[in-house]
Design a protein around this ligand. Sequence first.
Ligand SMILES: [Zn+2]
Ligand SMILES: [Zn+2]
Length: 298
Amino acid sequence: MKRISTTAALLLTTIAIVWSSTVCLHSQEPVKEQTMNQDTEAISTPGAGDLTIKVVFDNNPYMEGPACPESMAGRLGTAWGFSALITGTDKTILFDTGGDGSLLLSNMKKLAIEPNSIDVVVLSHIHGDHTGGLNSFLEKNPSVSVYLPESFPKKFKANVQKYGAQVVDVNQPLDICENVYSTGQLGILIKEQALIIRTNAGLVVITGCAHPGIVKIVNTAKELIKDDILMVMGGFHLEWATRGKIEKIISAFKQYGVRYVAPCHCSGEKARSLFEKHFGKNYINIGAGKTIILADLQ
Ligand SMILES: [Zn+2]
Ligand SMILES: [Zn+2]
């Protein structure tokens, strides 16, 4: 009996050694490993109840209830640009940094967001209204990974590294953390990445300025992760678009089965009111200070 259990113990030890060396070999594989896992069947989706998106920086003010001196006092400042904070995912993510560092930090303070709570910064594209707050943020918290389109100038990347932050070049689609993905850099003239969050109610797509085209971005998200689109939010880049073009985009959204829309930043008033007209109660009015709790969209 004793001999059998000793043999069994030896066998188990051997299996454990072989298994752990396999794990070690895997962990030494290059950064390429990070590229997107297409086998989405194997990925567990989080309960959307934990997920929130806060608009930290936007040129649109957000008003809840009637304007009164008390509500004005705590209201966030607005300026041209966009930044949003994603919490409830494995990593806390700041998507874009707005156009002005001091306004970004003061808005974060008003929202009780501690810069040190952020693990990852994702920059959609090079324009100053999305990257302008980065230096001020890195002064507060350099212990972050900054995901930026590979095409960013070397000088920009070196500056990020100078603060002690890690630069992650994005070319192809990749996983940022469980259930959060970058579309990869899209577009020809102005390269841009968008963020995709996978929830149990569908995909959330967040765009900075949507220079490659908002429909192209939604299509890319749908192609990468074959799931329904729960919400598209952020800058849709339709400030100067004609009514006809905007309506074509709205019908493309309907064809893709987009359930909620939350356009802000460079979407423009005309597009915002047309989206509101066509999406009705599934249009979400957002601006600086708005919090979207994804469980509310079930
Ligand atoms: Zn832009
Ligand atoms: Zn912009």
